[in-house]
Ligand binder design. Structure first.
Ligand SMILES: Nc1nc2c(c(=O)[nH]1)N[C@H]1C(S)=C(S)[C@@H](COP(=O)(O)O)O[C@H]1N2
Ligand SMILES: [Mo]
Length: 254
């Protein structure tokens, strides 16, 4: 018998198992990209590898491009929003001390976070581009808490599949799947270009999802709901009047 390397044995076994279970493509990809996880020989065997392959191959273009300080736009364009009501103005005149981000749904520990609390969590700062489907783009530096950190803090249950986020503007709500929610560049953002996120750009809190088009980046967020089903929100299309209910794609990956 030929001497097979450990990797060949694993990929051969994997291809056989994958074919038998209808997952031949994933098995072939595992071999082609050399995606053999260190624990592939463990108790979960090929199944573990297939999960890993599917995730790594599908999210191969994993990070949105990040830019340098010198590329930050001098004159970023804030897309005007409908007038912010009296309630918002009360929060604003109190310097947003009373603003809360509620987190509920399929989690172990429902929470209400103030902006100050969010600022006390591990932060990420990244210089990325935002673009509206209507044409304009700008580059800015955003600071915020990775959404993954919040999801971990509140004890997100394993069945969870989506994060729905809502704004003080009721028509402005949207949702993302867990892959996007756990992505390291997905932030609940409170800072822009070194200062508190200005109101025209969504302050005090905005979703910042650099791998998705502008409209997924909802401003003035007040609530995150973790769920396994989007049917119960609005018309069941996964986003409100800025998105799917107005004919835009729910998945706006770029
Ligand atoms: N609450 C709220 N969020 C919103 C919007 C809005 O009207 N209200 N517009 C969206 C759209 S269509 C785009 S393109 C981006 C624009 O972001 P910008 O103002 O930073 O350019 O914000 C998104 N977030
Ligand atoms: Mo937009």
């Amino acid at each position: 018998m030929n001497k097979l390397s450990r990797r060949q044995i694993i990929t051969t076994g994997l291809a056989a198992t994958a074919a038998a279970s209808g997952l031949a493509v994933a098995g072939k990809l595992a071999g082609r990209y050399g995606l053999i996880p260190p624990d592939s020989g463990g108790i979960y065997g090929p199944g573990e590898t297939l999960t890993y392959v599917a995730q790594r191959v599908l999210t191969r273009h994993t990070l949105a491009r990040e830019f340098s300080q010198s590329q930050i736009s001098n004159d970023p364009f804030a897309n005007p929003v409908d007038p912010l009501g009296e309630e918002f103005q009360r929060f604003q005149s109190g310097a947003f001390v009373d603003w809360r981000l509620a987190v509920d749904g399929m989690i172990a520990r429902p929470a209400f976070f103030s902006v100050a609390e969010l600022k006390s969590f591990p932060a990420r700062t990244q210089i990325t581009m935002i673009g509206c489907e209507e044409g304009w783009t700008y580059i800015a530096e955003w600071t915020g808490v990775p959404l993954s950190h919040i999801l971990e803090l509140v004890g997100t249950l394993p069945q969870a599949r989506y994060v729905v986020y809502r704004s003080i503007q009721p028509e402005a709500w949207d949702s993302i799947d867990m892959a996007e929610a756990l992505h390291p560049q997905t932030l609940v953002s409170y800072g822009m270009n070194g200062v508190d996120l200005p109101v025209p750009f969504g302050g005090p809190l905005r979703m910042r999802i650099p791998r998705q088009l502008g409209y997924k980046n909802v401003k003035y967020i007040t609530r995150l709901t973790i769920t396994d089903n989007l049917k119960q929100f609005g018309k069941g299309l996964g986003s409100g009047e800025l998105g799917a209910e107005d004919g835009y794609a729910w998945y706006a990956g770029i």
